[in-house]
Ligand binder design. Structure first.
Ligand code: KIV
Length: 272
């Protein structure tokens, strides 16, 4: 059952800011294809993220680095067709915005034009300020992503909690304020201490969406395959699994295999 306070026919970046002002928590989930996005959208999820986690979940890569701009556009255009209510945000993939602001703008424009998405997400703070500004000036809404930023995994070395030390926490707070100041409509905070995330959410007027950032923020995001228990090897502390689809799907598919082998399927009622 939905606990939304106000009905939104179509969630916009403005609706998200309004939700924060009204104290209504924002729900965000990933989707990478039409069928999953249809289910996610029908369940009234506010924001669908076409995350570059598609690189792991859909393509089986170890990191998010290999996924290309063309592949992200393919995933995003499938999701956009299904999303009737949710705001669709698309990750600009690694290597498509880091070299200079012009390249960043070109990538963002391709995503918006070719997929029909509503906004883009980018990892980083002050380092990507000029690129973010350039995209915003073109009228494209941008969501930031701070804390554990998987596109920088080889700089961090591990997927452990970020910003535990004062210096990194201070920079994260400054980056969040900077992203707010230049016009981002929201920021994802990934895997940082709950106290710090709460403090950031209290110090900025734009929505802060957490993943592994505790309950003191304005909304939550998860990878839908994790929530459904399809990715059974991935067990971070922040993940709440609502199903165990890896097992359930495996059982269903196993039953199909034995029905085919025993000639039980198809039966006369399933034949023409
Ligand atoms: O790519 C992704 O799925 C993400 C979320 C983890 C926030 O960026």
């Amino acid at each position: 059952m939905s606990t939304a306070k106000k009905e939104y026919k179509r969630v916009t970046v403005k609706s998200l800011i309004e939700m924060k002002q009204n104290g209504e928590k924002i729900s965000m989930l990933t989707a990478y294809d039409y069928s999953m996005a249809k289910i996610v959208d029908s369940a009234n999820v506010d924001v669908i993220l076409v995350g570059d986690s598609a690189s792991n979940v859909m393509a089986g890569h170890e990191t998010t680095l290999p996924i290309t701009l063309d592949q992200m556009i393919y995933h995003a255009s499938s999701v956009v067709k299904a999303a009737k209510r949710a705001l669709v945000v698309v990750d600009i993939p690694f290597g498509s915005y880091q070299s200079d602001p012009k390249e960043a703008l070109r990538s963002a424009i391709r995503i918006m034009k070719e997929s029909g998405a509503h906004a883009v997400k980018m990892e980083g703070g002050v380092e990507i300020k000029e690129s973010v500004k350039r995209i915003l000036h073109a009228g494209i809404p941008v969501m930031g992503h701070l804390g554990l930023t998987p596109q920088s995994i080889y700089k961090f070395g591990t997927y452990t909690v970020r910003a535990k030390e004062d210096e990194e926490a201070k920079k994260l707070m400054e980056d969040a304020k900077l992203l707010e100041k230049i016009g981002c409509f929201g920021v994802v905070l990934e895997k940082i201490p709950a106290q710090l995330a709460k403090k950031v959410a209290e110090h900025v007027s734009i929505p802060i969406i957490g993943i592994g950032a505790g309950g003191g923020v304005d909304g939550q995001v998860l990878v839908v395959h994790d929530l459904l228990g399809m990715t059974h090897e991935f067990n971070p502390r922040f993940l709440r699994r609502y199903m165990n689809l890896y097992e359930e799907m495996g059982q269903a598919i196993g039953n199909y295999v034995s029905d085919v082998k025993s000639s039980d399927f198809p039966n006369p009622d399933e034949s023409y």
